[in-house]
Design a protein around this ligand. Structure first.
Ligand code: FAD
Ligand code: SF4
Ligand code: SF4
Length: 489
């Protein structure tokens, strides 16, 4: 039922939470958006037209019940809004911050199509759960019954953690193994603080620990513990290891010093922010301070690198991308933020070679201008070089943000039977998320390839349901066999 608090999109304009001005936010790694006030959240939620067929919900990977929690927020019933929102999303305050809403829920909001700005769905979602934390409404997971069976989750990224929460809720003994020393996967060491403050991730880690999830950190499966050992020990396994092999570039000079992969640069920055002493940061090698920085790539990772370099005090920051702005894979919102913060984008430009000095340190990137040709099989226009258009960009630090590929899990884990696609991602039955190995499931980037936090959460929640069904079926079969044997005796 729609109340008189809704459908205000004609009289009330779209408003995002206050954004810190660019000069101010260049100075630190703090988040750039403030929180809505209670009145602002209610007012913005009240713009929703309560569509009969809510396309926002259809295009949210979690099919969040958006119209309902918007209405509850507009009516000031925040605790109920939190309950509805958290029923479908394990980490609403994280998705509210870092989902590319312009491509998902908000990109499908019908009031935009009628010429009014979208409802600010992500900011309201973040507001609801941040309030729930402040008010003490977020309770630890309390299973109705404890079960003896244990499950192993390899990878403490958003996928692994979402599965851990669901399986713990069903009463399983949940063990999460990660090779890092902290929980969170790319949310802790990839995504910078100005998009997602680390306190938000660590608050969720504590929530899972308090809920009884057991973490085994600094534990590299395949090295510290074998995959076979996990199979023997646990009733079912979820592989949620993400994709970490950085795509490389073949060009003269690529081996020069101070050319680094994006994750090396971002991890050093995130670790420093978390209070670790990172030698390569301290000695300047992975610190952009005072340097001319060139980032190569046009995705979310490239945007995070350029904006981190700005905050570290770089002299200049350029982003080279071989297609144009309209064809960038990264979020338009983050690109606009980077432009505001002073990043120079060199569109339609591809590196040809890296120039160095006599100490083998990079001093420049020789790039060639491109034009967009005819579309390829995927429908994207192929960039073609324009002969004679080379330019050299000064560079003391070059960061490659060219995407990620999966590591070779069957080899690393001595599991030749673990099926992978030709891209190296783990092959699963898409209805159950189970691999061809009985009881072994997979979810997140290791199945989809580099994707989004919200998709990792969605896939892992589904996989957790399948793991539960698998274990319960196994138990029923074992019980039926035991009953038959008893009857025969
Ligand atoms: P991950 O988050 O990668 O976690 C996998 C975990 O598995 C890691 O902790 C790793 O240490 C562990 N692991 C791997 N191998 C082993 C092993 N053998 N043994 C033990 N542990 C292992 N998405 C968004 O939605 N919004 C954004 O703004 C955004 N920005 C991004 C910025 C950057 C720089 C990057 C790199 C990605 C970004 N993404 C963003 C994508 C998003 O982070 C990923 O899609 C998401 O984290 C995938 O979740 P996952 O759980 O599958 O894997
Ligand atoms: Fe939008 Fe992401 Fe929230 Fe879904 S989870 S409603 S896509 S912000
Ligand atoms: Fe509300 Fe927009 Fe969703 Fe319609 S599409 S229910 S207006 S948020």
């Amino acid at each position: 039922m729609t109340t008189d608090k809704m459908l205000k999109f004609v009289s009330r304009g779209r408003q995002m939470p206050t954004k810190r001005d660019a000069e101010n936010r260049r100075q630190d790694f703090g988040e750039i958006y403030a929180e809505f006030t209670t009145d602002e959240a209610a007012s913005q939620a009240g713009r929703c037209s309560q569509c009969g067929v809510p396309f926002c919900q259809v295009h949210c990977p979690l099919h969040n019940n958006i119209p309902d929690w918007l209405m509850l927020t507009a009516e000031g019933r925040l605790q109920e809004a939190y309950e509805v929102s958290s029923a479908t999303n394990t980490f609403p305050e994280i998705c509210g911050r870092i989902c590319p809403q312009d491509r998902l829920c908000e990109g499908s909001c019908v009031i935009e199509q009628s010429g009014h700005g979208t409802v600010t769905i992500g900011s309201v979602e973040k507001y609801i759960t941040d309030t729930a934390w402040e008010e003490g409404w977020v309770e630890t997971i309390a299973p109705v019954r404890e079960r003896e069976e244990s499950v192993a989750i390899i990878g403490a990224g958003p996928g692994g953690l979402a599965a851990a929460a669901k399986l713990r809720g069903k009463g399983y003994q949940v063990h999460v193994y990660d090779r890092y020393d902290r929980v969170g996967g790319l949310m802790i060491y990839g995504i910078p603080n100005f998009k997602l403050d680390k306190d938000i991730v660590q608050r969720r880690t504590k929530w899972l620990e308090d809920s009884g999830v057991q973490f085994h950190l600094n534990c590299n499966i395949g090295e510290d513990v074998s995959f076979d050992e996990l199979r023997e020990k646990h009733a079912s396994i979820l592989i949620a290891t993400g994709v970490y092999k950085a795509r490389d570039l073949k060009a003269p000079g690529v081996g020069l010093k101070n050319i680094v992969p994006a994750m090396t640069f971002l991890t050093a920055s995130n670790r420093t922010g978390l209070g670790d002493t990172v030698e390569e940061f301290e000695n300047g090698q992975l610190n952009a301070d005072g340097k001319n920085v060139v980032v190569i790539g046009g995705g979310d990772t490239a945007m995070d690198c350029v904006r981190t370099a700005v905050r570290q005090g770089a002299k200049s920051v350029k982003c080279l991308y071989r297609r144009d702005k309209a064809n960038m894979p990264g979020s338009m919102r983050e690109t606009a933020n980077a432009e505001e913060e002073g990043v120079e984008f060199v569109w339609l430009s591809a590196p040809e070679a890296f120039v160095g000095n006599d100490r083998d340190e990079v001093t420049g990137v020789r790039a060639i201008s491109m034009r967009l040709g005819t579309p390829d099989a995927t429908g994207r226009r192929t960039p073609k070089p324009i002969e004679g258009s080379e330019t050299v960009h000064d560079a003391d630090l070059v960061i490659f943000a060219l995407g990620f590929e999966p590591e070779e899990l069957p080899t690393l884990w001595s599991q030749p039977d673990l099926p992978v696609t030709r891209w190296g991602t783990v092959k699963v039955d898409h209805k159950t998320a189970m691999t061809a190995m009985e009881g072994v499931f997979a979810a997140g980037d290791i199945v989809r390839g580099a994707s989004l936090v919200v998709w990792a959460i969605r896939d892992a929640r589904d996989a957790a349901d399948s793991m539960h069904d698998f274990i319960q079926n196994k138990l029923s079969e074992a019980q039926a066999l035991a009953d038959a044997q008893a009857a025969a005796e």
